[in-house]
Ligand binder design. Structure first.
Ligand code: SF4
Ligand code: SF4
Length: 431
């Protein structure tokens, strides 16, 4: 009976999760191309450095260390959860116990991390609730964002406590059996506290902890696609898919680059790319239908940690711009417009990402310093996205702040950004 209940719950979990993810995949079908994903060797090195070794996080030694430990612990416990699923389906207990030393190391680390993560999560909850850390309280974060973060932290805390409870009562019930497998460094120290309980009570507490743990995993897996914590699945792939060109090197607009090449050398330009379409539906980014797959993936990978905003000179000096907001809003806009675009490609709700979600003032406040992109632990490239919105404003609407329009006019008239005629360029030599 236990196995049947487990299999039914597992099936429901997988079905709902597959449905939620299929909706997200359908949204990707609406996105534009970004760049080709090549150079796998470089990408693997980058993923090890930025994602698995968490090198950017350590720039803040205390909080960074705790975050990194939570990440590593989660990876180990996630693999440990595979055993729980096998146990649930087969009705066995500690089914991977035959793996010997490897099992002992893994389960032992999982036991230590369960307590450490529970401790750090309590610290994170206290920090979020009672300490006024600006990066956790930006005005772009809604009440829902805060609730979402607290709910996920509470989930993780109960997950860890129930794992610890399962281990403690497993140790108590089996420590003298031949069937006892694994090492539980902290649970073995704590377990004597409960040694006086009758065996039946220990059994019930063990079962309650085991079921709470696995049911929470099932619920959590299905809450994730609708929460910022979906980054648990997307952040490592997002690092792997990072843009590999140096920060600050803006990607050319293919259509414009082709036009320039055609002007400079029409024959060469035509012969290098004969099949390329010359049709451009829109320059830059105005709304959801202009996002590239990478823009949308970035929005799913953003942890809303606020590290980008905390180093942004525009934000620090009181401007409206918050780089974190860009990716919170991309996800929001996709969720709002993409389902309608799937049904009708020409759908319009008379709103657009620029203006309704991000104002022109925010877009033009960016200094393109790249501090945000350098700091982002999941390698999101904010300035390129901002430049794409500026490209729309300038190339489609001819709209830019007055000083920039002056520069454009000077370039057009004088061939330089300054207000001097090109004939006067060498006047300074005569002074
Ligand atoms: S964009 Fe990067 S740095 Fe900014 S909040 Fe998201 S994950 Fe954190
Ligand atoms: S590139 Fe723009 S958004 Fe990013 S930190 Fe610099 S000013 Fe802020």
């Amino acid at each position: 009976m236990r196995e049947i209940i487990f299999i039914v719950l597992l099936f429901i979990t997988i079905a709902i999760f597959a449905y939620s993810v299929s909706k997200i995949i359908a949204f990707f079908k609406l996105t534009k191309p970004a760049y080709p994903v090549k150079e796998f060797g470089k990408r693997i090195k980058l993923t090890i450095k930025n994602a698995f070794l968490q090198d950017k996080i350590f720039r803040n030694p205390v909080a960074g260390f705790m975050h990194a430990l939570v990440f590593w612990g989660f990876c180990i416990i996630l693999v440990g959860s595979i055993e729980i699923v096998i146990d649930g389906v087969t009705g066995l207990e500690r089914s991977l116990g035959d793996l010997g030393v490897f099992y002992e190391v893994f389960i032992g680390l999982g036991d230590i991390f369960a307590y450490l993560i529970a401790l750090f999560v309590i610290v994170f909850i206290i920090r979020r609730l009672f300490l006024n850390i600006p990066r956790l309280h930006g005005k772009e974060l809604s009440k829902k964002n805060h609730k979402d973060a607290l709910l996920a932290l509470s989930f993780i805390l109960i997950l860890m406590l129930s794992l610890a409870g399962t281990n403690i009562f497993y140790v108590l019930m089996h420590v003298n059996d031949a069937s006892f497998v694994g090492r539980y460094p902290i649970s073995e120290i704590i377990s004597p506290v409960f040694a006086g309980l009758p065996y039946e009570t220990m059994y019930v507490i063990h079962e309650v902890n085991w079921w709470v743990h696995i049911i929470l995993i099932f619920i959590f897996a299905n809450v994730l696609p609708y929460s910022k914590h979906f980054h648990i699945f997307t952040s490592v792939p997002n690092v792997f898919l990072s843009r590999l060109t140096p920060l600050g090197k803006l990607p050319n607009m293919e259509s414009v680059a082709r036009e320039v090449k055609m002007m400079l050398n029409p024959e060469a330009a035509a012969s290098t790319d004969p099949n390329q379409s010359t049709e451009v539906s829109r320059f830059g980014i105005l709304d959801a239908e202009d996002f590239t797959w990478k823009n949308y993936f970035d929005s799913l990978a953003c942890t809303q940690c606020g590290r980008c905003t905390s180093v942004c000179p525009a934000n620090i000096t009181g401007k409206e711009l918050s780089p974190r907001k860009l990716f919170i809003e991309i996800r929001k806009r996709m969720k709002e417009k993409a389902p309608k675009l799937i049904k009708d490609k020409s759908f319009s709700d008379n709103k657009s990402f620029i203006r309704q979600y991000i104002t022109e003032e925010e877009i033009w406040a960016c200094t393109t310093c790249n501090a945000c992109a350098k700091e982002c632990p999941v390698n999101i490239d904010h300035p390129t996205f901002i430049i794409d919105m500026r490209r729309y404003l300038v190339m489609e609407e001819g709209s830019a702040p007055a000083p920039i329009n002056t520069i454009f006019a000077n370039i057009e008239n004088n061939g330089a950004p300054w207000q001097y005629s090109s004939e006067d360029r060498l006047t300074w030599t005569e002074l």
